[in-house]
Design a protein around this ligand. Structure first.
Ligand SMILES: [Ca+2]
Length: 338
């Protein structure tokens, strides 16, 4: 009887591996793949080879949406060294004739209560308020500006001339996906992005270590949104690569523009515990309590608008939710791929 029981137990283990066995098997596969790679950088030009591995994703020390920190494993991948620039996006548009969402009028079918003028193309632009701080409503520093798009970041009359090496902004999720398809790459998953942003440091708060420094990324110094001391040298966007890279040789993983990821957003990482190459929850599970009913994607890295007194999401574990159809003057992307 003992042997029959043992045989059944062994067969059960064989055909129904537990999560921990599947996890161990996945990490073995990863180790083999890493060993086989043996190539210094097999990635396309402009991309960095990330070996992959197991890391602590999320954080229990900051905002609720980053909880709970959990071990996650990602396979090897390539990722862009820099945020996608205006010059790169211009090449894509030149070759494909692509028109970004911010350049298209809002569809009358979806917005029947808006006049034609109100449905005209545009995007959200940050404008520093000049009123008394006591009377400025939350988020009122975001203005809908007709004519604002990647070629006119502050609206009609503004230009990207001379800013070819700046990160492209006012990019909606579908715009980033269209660019990725043209480039034969993909947006990174949140796990890939966060692994890359950590630059090989284990559990560090920032992509460079545990001490905040205004000199290591394009963030906001001073009292947001009223006063910017310019300690980092820029009041708005900076050319890509203006600050030191992280340990993997990646630039602007902190600040400058927020960056799209493939994952749908929900509060926390409960779906990722000890997972291998996690891709986040399904679209139907996406939930942002501030705007229930709108499925949103995760954006990472913070931007030039993140200040210690507001947002402070210039950390690898930090995350925000963004509606796929909405770009803004602080939102861009970079790509991953193999
Ligand atoms: Ca960035």
């Amino acid at each position: 009887m003992f042997w029959i029981t043992l045989a059944i137990a062994l067969l059960t283990m064989l055909f129904l591996p537990s999560n921990s066995e599947a996890y161990a098997s996945a990490t073995t596969l990863l180790a083999e793949k890493s060993a086989q790679s043996g190539i210094e950088n097999p990635c396309p030009e402009g991309m960095v080879w990330i070996e992959g591995g197991t890391f602590g994703m999320g954080s229990d020390d900051y905002y609720l949406e980053e909880h709970s920190a959990t071990d996650v494993t990602v396979d090897a991948f390539c990722i862009d060294r820099y945020e996608v620039t205006n010059a790169q996006f211009a090449q894509f548009v030149k070759e494909t004739g692509y028109v970004t969402i911010a350049e298209r009028p809002l569809p009358a079918k979806e917005f029947p209560n808006l006049s034609e003028a109100e449905r005209s193309p545009g995007s959200l632009v940050f404008a520093m308020p000049d009123q008394n701080p006591n009377f400025v409503p939350l988020l009122s520093w975001w203005k809908w500006v007709p004519g604002a798009n990647w070629q006119h970041p502050s609206g009609l009359g503004s230009t990207i001339e001379g800013k070819e090496n700046y990160p492209v902004c006012h990019i909606a999720f579908d715009d980033a996906v269209a660019y990725a398809e043209w480039a034969g790459k993909s947006l990174p998953t949140e796990a890939q992005w966060e692994f890359a942003a950590r630059g090989g440091l284990k559990g560090a708060t920032y992509s460079w270590g545990d001490q905040y420094s205004p000199k290591l990324a394009n963030t906001w110094q001073g009292f947001f949104p009223f006063h910017n001391t310019l300690e980092d040298g820029y009041i708005g966007l900076a050319p890509v690569g203006s600050y030191a890279s992280n340990g993997y040789g990646l630039y602007d993983m902190t600040g400058n523009v927020w960056e799209w990821t493939l994952d749908w957003y929900q509060i926390g990482h409960q779906d990722k515990s000890h997972s291998f190459n996690p891709t986040g929850p399904g679209k139907s599970q996406s939930y942002d309590p501030r705007e229930p009913g709108i499925a949103k994607h995760v954006i990472k890295g913070g931007s030039y608008l993140c200040a210690p007194n507001y947002c402070s999401r210039y950390r690898p574990s930090a995350r925000e939710a963004q509606s796929p159809d909405t770009g803004a003057s602080h939102l861009g992307f970079r790509l991953a791929g193999l």
